[in-house]
Design a protein around this ligand. Sequence first.
Ligand SMILES: [Zn+2]
Length: 490
Amino acid sequence: MRSRFVALAFMIGCGGPTGAAVPAPKRLETGLTAPIASAEAPRTPGYHYTFAIDEGLTRMKAEVCFVGGVPARLAPPMGAAVPFIEGAAHGDRVLTVNDEGIDLQGIEDGDCIRYAVDLERVFAEASGWDGVARVGDDALMSPDWWLWPPDPRPEGVPIRARFAAGTGASVPWPVDEQDGFTHLIPESCFVWKAQAAFGQLEEHRVTIPSAEFNVAVLGNGFGSRTRAVTDWVRNSAQVAADLLGRFPVDRAQVLMVADGRRSSFGLALRGGGPTAVLLVRTEPSDAELADDWTGVHELLHFTHPPMTTAEAWFYEGVVTYLTPVARARAGDITEEAAWTELFDGYHRGHHKSGTGLPLHEESRRMHETRAYWRVYWAGAAIALMWDVELHRQGRSLAETMRSLVDLRLDPARKWTGRQLAAKLDAACHCDVHQRIAEQHLDRAEFPDLRPYAKALGIRYTPGKALDGTVALDPRAPEVALRRAIMTAPK
Ligand SMILES: [Zn+2]
């Protein structure tokens, strides 16, 4: 493996992820001229992608056939992907590739072109934060590195895809078999980050009454704990579904990575379809899985449309708050444990007050300033205030979020937290969401939860470390409301 890396580095010479124009290769890479699909050429209108990846995951070859029109070019999925394309060709003719993309001048309706991406170099030069990670013999590899989309993308022209036989692939795209192609690539794939996995993936289908999950396990997996881990995914999905009355999406891709690290880590992505990436300990015990809220948290992210980091106060706030609520309602944790989790978080968010920027601005710059606790927990404080005010009116945040799910908002649009707060208000014919959000978005102070804690009878005592204890007062004025928040409606 090592010697191959050296050889490649030598061949490639200069040009890193920030490199400029890519000269067309003088000689076509082996295999670029040979068709990768053995099936007949597609006949239905659309742009048809066939992908093939070798067993060692060193190269992605793509064949793209155009029926009913040809775009001007295939554009790079992102600027950083440009240096990793090895070349493009139409038959024996080399196509020009530069920062703009693969030039399709001279390509006619019905033609197919090919391009290849050097994945081995992507693995060597990109990082996990770029949607790339080797997991044993398998890999996470975002389409941002290998799916060069048509430019322009004319409306109404379907973009279809399939993987050549022998390519072990997991993608979030909806399955829609037509003309030998298995997937329809939705517009959101070109707007939001997406994730795909390749290799000899171990696949499991996990179902609950309202949704199904294509679970792919990467790398060496969980061995004898596999069943326990897939059961944990199913339970997490059911907990999220029970909170809302049904799971927020019909189908999702779940990529499981067995990881040596102590605590779990997760990521929810929406490009091309809902994806949850979950890193879980290699051999988790039953107790560790029962304790692990990561699955519920990431799956609850499918209750809202994808949004930019500036709106993290909304999406992380709502999901961070609803995670212990859902788990308490399902009976997975006690009411007291749920309040402790929330007030520990509020305490941390309050004292790790970020960089002193107003909340919305702090949210916008969260990845720069790393003010995660401030943004997540100030958002979760707003969510608690929403939920309490809604319960006072005989409603709940779970209910208004369910209404938001039912709107099936276009995932290819860029929604703001303020827009969604307005939609939540429309659902309850009230002003709770916008009014409370507006009181805090432009302020640097952490929301003052003392009046709420007092009314609900929650006394929090901070501990020496970052965890404290909660005492629940059975005589507080709104004790029934406090219990109702954490108890499933009958
Ligand atoms: Zn989250």
